[in-house]
Design a binder for this molecule. Structure first.
Ligand code: AKG
Ligand code: FE2
Length: 205
C-alpha cells in the first residue's frame, strides 16, 4: 500500500507540473503515513429476522454522508454491493460502480490545499439501496496523509506566477482538529472542508 501511494502521489505531482515529482516528492511527501479504516454498513430497514420490512428496492438510505477525506490521497476498496457516489463540479452525483480487481483513488483535502486547489478533494458519499435480503456492505479505505505537524504551504512553482495563494499556511493537526470538532456522528455534515477551515468560499470549484 505504501509503495502504491508513493507511486500515485508522484504521478499526481507530474500531472500538475513537469518534473514536480522530482522537485517536491522527497522534501514534501517522504514523511507521509497511512492508516486503514474498515467500514461495515448494516443493511437498511430489516426486521429481526433479516427480512425487509417494506420492499422498495428503489429507495435509498444514506450510509455515509457527503464528505471529503482529510488525506493527501485515499485508496478505496468497496465490495460488490456498490453505493459509492462522487459529486461532479456541477453538483451531480455519479455512481462509482464496483469492479472486480479495481480500487478507487480519491484526492484528499491535504493535497487540495498543498496544490492551491489545482487538485480537487473529491466530495463523496455512500448510499445504500434497500435489498430484498439482508446483506452488509464492506469497504476499506487507506488514507495516505502528511505528518500531523507538517505546515502546508503551496510552493511558489505550484501556485504559479500571477496567481494568489489561497490558503494561509496551516498545520495539518489544526485542520484535523477542526474537522473532529465539527463532526456530528461521523461525517454526516458537509461543509466542513479544508476551504471552510481556510475561510474560502466554494463558488469557483
Ligand atoms: O464506503 C465507502 O465506499 C467510502 C468510505 C469513505 O468514503 C471513507 O471511509 O472515507
Ligand atoms: Fe471518504
Amino acid at each position: 500500500m505504501v509503495d502504491l501511494c508513493e507511486k500515485i502521489v508522484k504521478i499526481v505531482l507530474m500531472s500538475i507540473g513537469e518534473g514536480f515529482e522530482k522537485l517536491f516528492y522527497d522534501d514534501e511527501f517522504s514523511k507521509c503515513h497511512g492508516y486503514l479504516r474498515i467500514n461495515n454498513y448494516s443493511a437498511p430497514d430489516h426486521d429481526d429476522e433479516g427480512k425487509l420490512e417494506k420492499v422498495d428496492e428503489k429507495e435509498e438510505v444514506e450510509g455515509l454522508g457527503m464528505h471529503t477525506d482529510m488525506s493527501c490521497i485515499t485508496i478505496l476498496y468497496q465490495d460488490e454491493i456498490g453505493g459509492l457516489q462522487v459529486r461532479s463540479k456541477e453538483g451531480k452525483w455519479i455512481d462509482i460502480k464496483p469492479s472486480e480487481g479495481t480500487l478507487v483513488v480519491n484526492i484528499g483535502d491535504m493535497l487540495q490545499a498543498w496544490s492551491n486547489d489545482k487538485l480537487r478533494s473529491s466530495e463523496h458519499r455512500v448510499v445504500l439501496k434497500k435489498q430484498p435480503y439482508y446483506v452488509n456492505r464492506f469497504s476499506m479505505a487507506f488514507f495516505w496523509c502528511f505528518e500531523d505537524e507538517k505546515v502546508i504551504v503551496a510552493p511558489n512553482e505550484v501556485v504559479g506566477d500571477g496567481n494568489k495563494r489561497l490558503y494561509s499556511p496551516f498545520a495539518c493537526l489544526d485542520y484535523l482538529k477542526f474537522r473532529e470538532n465539527n463532526q456530528r456522528g461521523r461525517f454526516e455534515k458537509v461543509g466542513f472542508t479544508v476551504r471552510d477551515f481556510a475561510g474560502i468560499n466554494n463558488s469557483h470549484l
